[in-house]
Design a binder for this molecule. Structure first.
Ligand SMILES: Cc1cc2nc3c(=O)[nH]c(=O)nc-3n(C[C@H](O)[C@H](O)[C@H](O)COP(=O)(O)OP(=O)(O)OC[C@H]3O[C@@H](n4cnc5c(N)ncnc54)[C@H](O)[C@@H]3O)c2cc1C
Length: 253
């Protein structure tokens, strides 16, 4: 499909939201394959039904940042399973651009009268993504690594202070080291099956065909069986240990 950019919002110094002229009716956590013509096709979570929120990291994302209102990109999807919304009281743990798929989950939960608590972490206050969206959806706790707002330190240090058994479901997206720590904390509370993680792996086809994003040893495909997995599906896997680069070679985390 052809998506024309209708609005660009500067969210933080490193992230922008690109709204486009299609409503994809997504389940929060689902992603699209975005084709930046002449450069690459890359996976991006839907941060709204008609938007992606992008952090500039390399060639394709830099090319996206050069586009303006009225420009377009190709889009396929939505793909993947998305988060399954469960219970009456939930906890969201978001780190950096990992907040992208969780913003719309927070809003959906609030709309369903589910109590939402969010722990939002970033390197600095200005890099906190969707602070207002999470604040409007419920209770918000902030952690910044440089101490410029909220708790000075890592988001997972705030998770350490909570009783995870109190929440019907827990959702996490962010750097894999952060999510691995959440997995370990959840294991301590014996609530692994209640935690849903959104994983990032090298996704090329988005259709479950190429095998680039398979998780060892189960072979579950991030693009099609995920990107959301429960904690009990991830224990004893490559999660938190290694990922793979564009050629399929293992890269230690
Ligand atoms: C399901 C899913 C959802 C994502 N959602 C978001 C989002 O909402 N916002 C956001 O900013 N980023 C998101 N990403 C990450 C995003 O796809 C990469 O940042 C992007 O592909 C980088 O491309 P690049 O050419 O700019 O950088 P490159 O220089 O090519 O790569 C920089 C790094 O990005 C990763 N990367 C590159 N290509 C891919 C690829 N095809 N698949 C997965 N990772 C790749 C690799 O770790 C690589 O080392 C998501 C990734 C996945 C798998």
């Amino acid at each position: 499909m052809h998506a024309e950019i209708t609005q660009i919002v500067n969210e933080t110094p490193s992230t922008q939201t690109f709204f486009f002229d299609l409503y994809l009716g997504h389940v929060p956590g689902q992603y699209v394959m975005v084709w930046i013509r002449g450069v690459d096709e890359i996976p991006m979570s839907l941060s709204y039904s008609n938007a992606i929120t992008v952090q500039k990291v390399g060639d394709a994302t830099a090319a996206l940042f050069k586009l303006g209102k009225g420009d377009s990109f190709g889009i396929r999807g939505p793909f993947g399973n998305g988060f399954s919304l469960e219970g009456k009281s939930i906890l969201l743990i978001a780190g950096g651009v990992g907040a992208a798929p969780l913003g719309s989950l927070a809003e959906k939960a609030k709309g369903n009268n589910i109590r939402v608590k969010t722990i939002l972490g970033a390197k600095s206050a200005e890099e906190l993504l969707f602070k207002k969206r999470f604040d409007n959806a419920g209770d918000l706790m902030i952690a910044t690594e440089d101490g410029s707002l909220g708790y000075p330190g890592l988001a997972t240090e705030l998770v350490d202070e909570l009783d995870l058994a109190k929440y019907d479901a827990i959702y996490s997206c962010g750097p894999e080291k952060m999510m691995f720590r959440v997995l370990n904390i959840a294991e301590g509370f014996d609530v692994l099956s209640r935690v849903q993680f959104s994983l990032q792996r090298y996704v090329k086809c988005g259709l479950g065909l190429c095998g680039m994003c398979c998780i060892d040893p189960s072979g579950l495909r991030v693009c099609r069986d995920g990107p959301v997995f429960r904690g009990d599906q991830l224990v004893g896997t490559e999660f938190g240990q290694y990922t793979r680069d564009a050629s399929g070679k293992r890269v230690k985390l």
